[in-house]
Design a protein around this ligand. Structure first.
Ligand code: SF4
Ligand code: SF4
Length: 82
């Protein structure tokens, strides 16, 4: 086996190990339970990325702006963001 092939095999093995250690993939978007959301706007106030707005009385999160800081989740008095 050439040194090049050995190097490729080592890189592949490392990559596979890395993937194996990643564990379950987390959700890629926070959601709002509109049954629980009261439209109070507290989540809008705490979001540092202006990723939330109130539309028709419910919070709506723009996934393209969200950085998953979870401040809105912690702030929501209704536990409506998950
Ligand atoms: S803080 Fe909670 S209840 Fe208030 S608008 Fe945001 S999601 Fe709705
Ligand atoms: S997780 Fe952070 S960035 Fe994303 S919507 Fe909530 S407060 Fe904004």
């Amino acid at each position: 086996m050439t040194r090049f092939v050995k190097t490729l095999a080592a890189i592949a093995a490392g990559f596979i190990l890395f993937i194996a250690c990643e564990g379950p993939v987390e959700s890629t978007q926070l959601l709002v339970n509109t049954d629980d959301c009261t439209g109070c706007g507290e989540c809008v106030e705490v979001c540092p990325y202006n990723a939330i707005e109130i539309i028709d009385g419910d919070a709506v999160i723009d996934p393209s702006l969200c950085h998953f800081c979870y401040r809105c989740v912690e702030q929501c008095p209704e536990g409506a963001i998950y």
